[in-house]
Ligand binder design. Structure first.
Ligand code: MIC
Ligand code: SF4
Length: 642
């Protein structure tokens, strides 16, 4: 029997376990990436590991998230990252050079390699035929230290693309279709492998839009074959030497195959407040639009932005629309400027932001109250834009362009103009001067530390009895944005005691205070949640800050992969209801007690939770590998090392 592409790459990197779906495997990691909002913690953890230099083929540190810099904190973090990169032999992409995923795709990703990154959209580089996975900062630090990355061996689902996209329909509409089919839930430990005639004709940037937003389905990663399109892209990047052809064997097997006919896809949108609320643009009935945001790591390619420029050429932004442009990289911006497209966008009224995350993470350009905002980014979680009552819709660049002109949700096919077919330029301006490569004197570099930068807190070992209230009871699909907001609060990423004050801020603003009071009485805090707890971002702060507040267990109907790994890394038990209906029998504030915790965890047995308030009990499971048991018993991965 032949192998699929995922099996081929994973088999070539396997250092622990067997390729049996669901079993824990360890893979060696060739490349890592970090970004500033998660990177500071990752490098603090790397420093604690006491190694002289990173052991990967290449590790890149990007500064792209916290670039607004209100107050000294972010600028201090940037200088810390620059100095620590020098010390450990890490490449640094400076603020202004672009968003990590776009720049990594352009300058560093290589077919056949493995990449982990402390950002959930790391799978973007799967567009180059590599296994690229999002992870918590601690896992990335361990990979930089030369250790394996552990994950549940994924099952591989083939997405077979047939046909050809119609004019005005683009890669974003394909991934929104995929989200309609697969939703954001139930895809843990799955990899989407794309193939088929339809996949062959998609360019690498188009593939990258699709692999980027596979993260919203909750899959481990997504991957395309490395083929002629990959060679063309790498050649345009003056990296033809990085090209290797890679594809699945003809008789490869998959857990499931799903066919999507590209010619049938229409312009799509994800409606508020989840990327799984999919509808067609036509069905939006021309809702009035207040803001349009173009760019982010999802739709920032030359073609994406040039297409919008061509649609807007000679026109002006509708009077009621604020049109924001955040290009994904300095390379894209340089080339748009050379070819005149930037001038077209600016003269149409675009408000040009930095080449950074900006609007997407909600640290700028929050829309007006009650606004309808159309964005080409990848997440529309409640409040993520910085405006709690805004309605954010995710759309393609083409649909975004149409709304910029009409001020309404408009199917771009109804604009009555010919589709501007943009071809990627044969020669791109490639300028890596904003990338700092570590020099030979790296080891002697002093590390700069601002006053906001504190050492990562450590947990105590797992107690034998977990006792305390259900401090908060939450519903389904709680994202890490719900757990610890980003946006204006992100400047405290290096200061855990301060950042912890904002845990669940947008869900229950009293949570942090209540949790501290409970911790001070010597009890533990327990979180109760529904399905798919911890969707979205990879931020380990969503585990680290609750840990700091004394949370010892989360009991949920199900967990998302990266967040579950982060909980384990910081010594919080991810417990799953054996009978999902037991969720309904708990109220917030009920006093809970879990006994013989250490023994049951060591033995791999289910645990019994006593509800002392109701006088009832229920069973929970905690499926951990031997390695994970060791980590939670010690109270977190850092304790295992020490
Ligand atoms: C996001 O898109 O939510 C982020 C901000 O890029 C996060 C990382 C973070 O929280 O710093 C992610 O996707 O992992
Ligand atoms: Fe940045 Fe948004 Fe991409 Fe996250 S999803 S890396 S915040 S652009």
């Amino acid at each position: 029997m032949g192998k699929n592409l995922v099996e081929k790459i994973i088999a070539g990197h396997l250092v622990y376990g067997n390729l049996v779906p669901g079993d824990e495997i360890g893979i060696s990691i060739d490349q890592t990436l970090t970004q500033d909002a998660t990177g500071t913690m990752a490098y603090l953890q790397l420093e604690a590991m006491d190694i002289p230099k990173v052991k990967t083929e290449i590790s890149v540190s990007y500064i792209d998230h916290n670039t607004i810099q209100i107050g000294f904190e972010n600028a201090d973090d940037h200088r810390y990252l620059q100095s620590v990169a020098q010390k450990f032999g890490v490449v640094l992409s400076r603020a202004g050079n672009g968003i990590c995923h776009q720049v990594h795709l352009e300058r560093f990703g290589k077919p056949g390699k493995t990449l982990i990154g402390s950002d959930s959209h790391t799978p973007t580089c799967g567009a180059l035929g590599m296994i690229a996975i999002g992870a918590g900062g601690l896992d990335v630090a361990q990979a930089m230290a030369g250790e394996a990355f552990y994950l549940a061996c994924p099952k591989v689902v083939k997405i077979n693309l047939t046909g050809k996209l119609k004019p005005w329909v683009s890669a974003k509409d394909i991934i929104l279709k995929v989200l309609e089919i697969f939703t954001t839930k139930g895809n843990v430990s799955t990899i989407f492998e794309y193939g088929g005639e339809g996949a062959n004709i998609l360019t690498v940037p188009e593939r990258a839009t699709i692999t980027n937003m596979g993260a919203e389905c909750g899959v481990t990663t997504s991957i395309f074959p490395s083929d002629e399109m990959t060679r063309l892209f790498l050649t345009s990047q003056k990296r033809e030497h990085d090209f290797t052809p890679l594809c699945a064997d003809k008789d490869a097997e998959y857990a499931r195959t799903v066919d999507i006919d590209l010619s049938e896809i229409q312009p799509m949108t994800a409606k508020p407040h989840s990327p799984e609320n999919i509808g067609t643009v036509k069905s939006m009935k021309e809702i009035i639009v207040d803001q349009v945001c173009l760019g982010s790591c999802t739709n920032s390619s030359y073609k994406d932005l040039a297409t919008v420029a061509m649609v807007l050429k000679g026109k002006v932004v509708h009077p009621n629309v604020s049109f924001i442009l955040a290009p994904g990289s300095r390379q894209v911006l340089d080339n748009l400027a050379r070819d005149g497209y930037l001038a077209d966008l600016i003269s149409a009224g675009a408000r040009l932001m930095e080449n950074a995350c900006g609007f997407c993470i909600g640290n700028s350009q929050s829309p007006k109250s009650g606004a309808v905002s159309l964005r080409t980014s990848n997440r529309n979680f409640l409040g993520r834009s910085g405006t709690m009552d805004a309605d954010v819709y995710l759309v393609s660049p083409e649909t975004a362009a149409a709304a910029v002109i009409t001020g309404r949700f408009t199917d771009p096919r109804d604009l009555g103009i010919e589709y501007p077919h943009v071809t990627n330029p044969a020669k791109l301006i490639i300028d890596d001067r904003m990338i700092i490569r570590p020099d030979a004197a790296f080891a002697s570099t002093p590390v700069f530390r601002g006053p906001n930068i504190g050492a990562p807190p450590q947990n105590s070992s797992l107690p034998d009895i977990i006792y305390g209230p259900a401090t908060i009871k939450l519903g389904d699909m709680i994202t890490t944005d719900h757990i610890i907001p980003a946006g204006a609060r992100m400047k405290y990423r290096s200061n855990i005691s301060k950042y912890s004050e904002f845990v669940f801020e947008n869900v229950d603003a009293s949570f942090a205070k209540r949790a501290v009071q409970i911790k001070e009485t010597g009890k533990h805090n327990i979180i109760i949640a529904g399905l798919s707890y911890g969707q979205g971002s990879s931020r380990e702060h969503a585990a680290l800050c609750p840990m700091y507040l004394g949370v010892r267990a989360v009991i949920a109907k199900s967990f998302e992969r990266i967040h579950a790994a982060n909980l384990i890394n910081f010594g919080i038990l991810p417990l799953t209801f054996s009978t999902p209906g037991d969720y309904d029998k708990i109220d917030q504030q009920d006093e809970l007690e879990i006994i013989a915790v250490r023994k049951e965890i060591s033995d791999g047995d289910d645990l019994i939770v006593l509800n002392k308030t109701k006088g009832t009990s229920f069973q929970v499971t905690c499926q951990l590998s031997a390695r994970q048991k060791q980590i939670v018993l010690a109270g977190g991965a850092l304790n295992v090392r020490n």
